[in-house]
Design a protein around this ligand. Sequence first.
Ligand code: BG6
Length: 513
Amino acid sequence: MNPFVSDHAGDRMPAPSTITIFGASGDLTRRKLIPALWDLSRSGHLPRVAIIGCARSQKSDETFRDELRDGIRAHARHSFDEESWSTFSRHIYYVSLESYDHPPSYERLATKLSEVEQQLAMEPNRLFYLSTPPRAFAPAARQLRDAGLVPKDSNPYARVIVEKPFGIDLSSAQVLNHDLLEVLAEKQIYRIDHYLGKETVQNLLVFRFANGIFEPLWNNNYVDHVQITGAETLGVESRGGYFDHSGILRDMVQNHLFQILALCAMEPPVNFSADAVRGEKTKVLQALRPITKEDISSRVVRGQYISGSVLGRNVPAYRHEGGVDPNSLTETFVALKLFVDNWRWAGVPFYLRSGKRMPKKVTEVAIHFKAAPHRLFGSDTFEESAVPEASRTTPNVLTIRIQPDEGISLQLGSKVPGQTMAIASVSMEFRYASSFGVAAPEAYERLLLDALSCDSTLFTRGDEVEASWKFITPIHEAWSTMGGGPAFYSSGTWGPRESDELLESSGRRWRRP
Ligand code: BG6
């Protein structure tokens, strides 16, 4: 039983708390964090909280509130109304910091927190959100400790959410873990990956472990291969400067796609506690067969978009985006062939791909089952037009659509009505929107509520992050020593030709979602 949560008409209600956001002038605060808190408040899930924004710019509480009000109007799920706003904004404050490493600024923050806690008659129950540039994570944590705001171990009420990116390679992630663990206990560190807050990502666990019928098939006896796609129509927008140093392997695969992979491939945890779930996910990442310099060309494809047309709009090449080096070799697309070397998945390839400027925004997992052991009906009985070619060898595909049009579908071969034995592909569908008829909460709502409730199940653990970097870093190292660069693909296509070849060599095809 978690002592920091009470039951509230069947829903959990965390204890009253302060939420201090570092990087409060940034986009994430305005577009995601404050709208999520607003939505939690409007749906009756937010406890009594005071919100304190901290950043380096100077501004008054009033100016800060005005900025947040605009953010809510533009980005929240619940509509804006003055009455709710006046209650919500009453306890929003702003404290400017000279720098993230400036002790007197933290003393001012400590004074403000005590004042607010007194005013609201609440116990010190403090959540700090580091939405700053990564170089400020460790200094800010140290300053919080020095100001007495995050007593280690003794006080699980003081905890820190750390935004991405958590490191840029294995050694920087290890250093960051080490620095944070000098200040905080692991249970006080909440490394955020917003994909874990998505309802459909959590549903992967429910789907697998609350239903008895899929688990017996969920292994190398029945699964031919798995495809995980994270495709976006967007380019790098205003983030060219950041992205050009990151690339899609760091930006999407090391975190979001690997979390989906881990949930998909993990063993059943002994219970639904943070450590049991994260322990099983970590084992999957540790079991990934390393990619070496020798096999990188047969297991990894990198691409970069050139100009083209996406959703009917002409878009420029990556190298012409703002903040991007005109000779950049950064990958905006990557496809990988992975193996989880354990008993369950021996020999089953997991194909992952992620790209910017694809024809469609879609995130999905597709489990391709093996074909029936004996082909009773010849392949020519499959109706050409009705059966996607890729499915003729493996007609059963279970697709978990993470976004958009969230749902699950199972593709089956079925007899076409008529006098011949023609077979067509049909689909059994479950759609969130029609089954539940309510809008799913935003990822940040769930994650903030969990952090307020001291529940770190949906946050990544230190060893888990290191395991993912341990796999990814050698790919970057091989790329930098091998020379060469990404293959080009036109915006609005599914990546370079080499991505198709990655599967074709074994007679498989990417789905065209
Ligand atoms: C972020 C990446 O973590 O995830 C972005 O930095 C990417 O580049 C985004 O666009 C995708 O998130 P979502 O929720 O829109 O799929």
